[in-house]
Design a protein around this ligand. Structure first.
Ligand SMILES: [Zn+2]
Length: 328
């Protein structure tokens, strides 16, 4: 069970209350509209309320024919209700026009149903908790349109040129973000530093945020440090579970972290649990496969090589090219 922060609870409560108010306000407005467009509906509704009072009176009085009278009133109510619905159908084309349309019908925008937290509440709690985690992320978010292919060399020595390879990567990532769903594959970005791995990761993260997908995004170093601090009580939070639970997790710069038995097992837990839950993960690294092999235990390497779609980043360090261009 994931631990949520107090502020996540406060924010979720607020959103649910706003949803409920909006649903009730909208219904009030439709009511006003109907009192103009179909005044007879209002009269019928008043009748309904009055028969309700009659019922109460009857029950309190008692008497031999109470049961018979109650049945009669119920019948009358049903037929009034039916008439109202038919009027609404005729005037507005919707027999349920005056119902309150809740954002979540299950809990009627209260956040709780059958004595438990409703799934709409859980979704909000997850969203706000992940948002809080992302807030510590120092990586700047970018848009796909900012990715400049002209930094990559168009000449090739045999197979694809760096330009062509990176054009394919960019297209792949754009489509990935556009068609993202729970069945999307996990991706593994590898290649030397300065070739746009972090940049493309951040583009996907931004696209996910815009789609309202629950995405956690950050550098592996920061996440593992936080998980370790939380584990040893130096910091509050539930980062490990947030990273296991999020719809998509984007982990930047695998290999930069200081590996201990603890961080290695946390890393394995994140990767492995997400694979078992069929949740997509995107990992980028500057390490080559042989360096990965040397640094991590076999369980992690076999997960990365077996369950991720690899995307290789090629070319010359863009930061270097940018610097030279700026000097001219
Ligand atoms: Zn609900």
């Amino acid at each position: 069970m994931m631990k949520y922060s107090d502020s996540a609870f406060e924010k979720a409560d607020l959103v649910i209350e706003q949803r409920r108010r909006k649903a009730e306000n909208d219904q009030q407005n439709r009511m006003l509209e109907i009192s103009k467009d179909a005044p007879e509906v209002e009269i019928l509704q008043r009748n309904l309320r009055n028969t309700g009072l009659e019922l109460v009176k009857l029950i309190m009085q008692g008497g031999n024919d109470t049961h018979f009278l109650i049945e009669k009133i119920k019948e009358k109510n049903l037929s009034t209700q039916h008439t109202i619905e038919e009027l609404l159908e005729a005037v507005k084309g919707d027999r349920h026009y005056l119902d309150v349309h809740y954002y979540c019908e299950k809990c009627k925008d209260t956040g709780y149903s059958e004595g438990r937290r409703c799934s709409c509440m859980e979704d909000l709690l997850r969203k706000f908790t992940t948002e809080e985690l992302n807030r510590n992320c120092l990586i700047e978010l970018h848009d796909f349109s900012e990715f400049f292919l002209d930094f990559y060399d168009k000449s090739s020595d045999g197979s694809f040129s760096p330009y062509e390879k990176m054009r394919q990567n960019l297209e792949y990532c754009k489509e990935y973000a556009e068609n993202f769903n729970t069945k999307s594959p996990s991706l593994f970005f590898f290649g030397k530093t300065g070739l746009g791995k972090t940049f493309l990761s951040s583009c996907i993260a931004k696209a996910m945020l815009e789609k309202n997908v629950n995405v956690a995004f950050g550098s592996i170093i920061d996440f593992l440090r936080k998980i370790e601090n939380e584990h040893f009580g130096k910091e509050q939070g539930d980062t490990l579970n947030i990273l296991i639970d999020a719809d998509i997790v984007i982990l930047d710069d695998l290999g930069s972290e200081f590996l201990t038995a603890f961080t290695e097992s946390a890393l394995y837990d994140i990767i492995n649990c997400r694979i078992n839950l069929s949740k997509p993960t995107i990992i980028s690294t500057n390490l080559s496969y042989s360096e990965l092999d040397r640094k991590y235990n076999e369980r992690i390497v076999s997960r990365l090589t077996g369950c991720f779609v690899p995307l290789s980043f090629v070319g010359k360090d863009i930061r270097h090219i940018k610097m030279i261009r700026n000097m001219r």
